[in-house]
Write a protein that binds this ligand. Sequence first.
Ligand code: G5P
Ligand code: MG
Length: 214
Amino acid sequence: METRLILFGPPGVGKGTQAKLLAEQFGIPHISTGDILRAGAMAGTELGKKAKALMDEGKLVPDDIMVNLVRETLASPKTAKGFILDGFPRTIGQAKALSAIFKELKITRFQVVNFEVDDEEIIRRLANRLICPKEGKIFNLEFDAVESGGPCPSCGTRLIQREDDKAETVRERLRVYNAATKAVIEYYRQQGVVMTLDGTGTVDVVNREIRMML
Ligand code: G5P
Ligand code: MG
């Protein structure tokens, strides 16, 4: 049976970390709209340049751009066995557009995993996050053996902090989440597809909990 998941929640709750693990465990693609935009920004594409300016300020990229990007990605045969959507949808407009895309693709079964972590912990996690700019791997200074500017344990590339993980940008991202994104969960609650999860454990504990819920 296909596994189709939407990982939902504020910045820093662990969507990317769990999406990467689950993608490996289930052998299905991880579709992170943030990763796609960051890759475009690194490659210097038109979309990437436009998105980077907004991302660096903690603002959302316009719905039409995001919807086209996700429509194209989901239409790929690689998603035949399922997929893990991470960071999309993020507005009611995107959620409605995704329903239309699912209809076009005859997708009727999917689940939304709603991560909950309090703001204080989110701010702490993002202040301690490092990423590998090459592979997008995610680390944390508190529990991974990494240091800022040090090598990625898997490929040796110099680890960096995300531009939008500066304290003031994190505050703006949380504001945008509360203003524009949070309400999306109600849209899915009405469809009876939401599983809410306490995201405050360790990465392994959260991973086990998600797999038990599915
Ligand atoms: P992104 O890239 O989608 P956000 O803000 O949704 O960014 P973010 O920051 O990537 O989410 P995350 O993926 O939820 O957070 O968290 P993570 O990276 O896995 O983990 C964060 C830290 O916590 C890491 O250090 C990790 O090691 C640690 N951690 C993870 N899990 C656990 C755990 O279980 N326990 C503990 N103790 N620690 C853990 O979007 C970026 C920007 O792109 C644009 C917007 O500008 C957005 O701001 N964008 C869109 N715009 C419009 N519409 C869309 N759909 C868009 N998508 C992206
Ligand atoms: Mg992420």
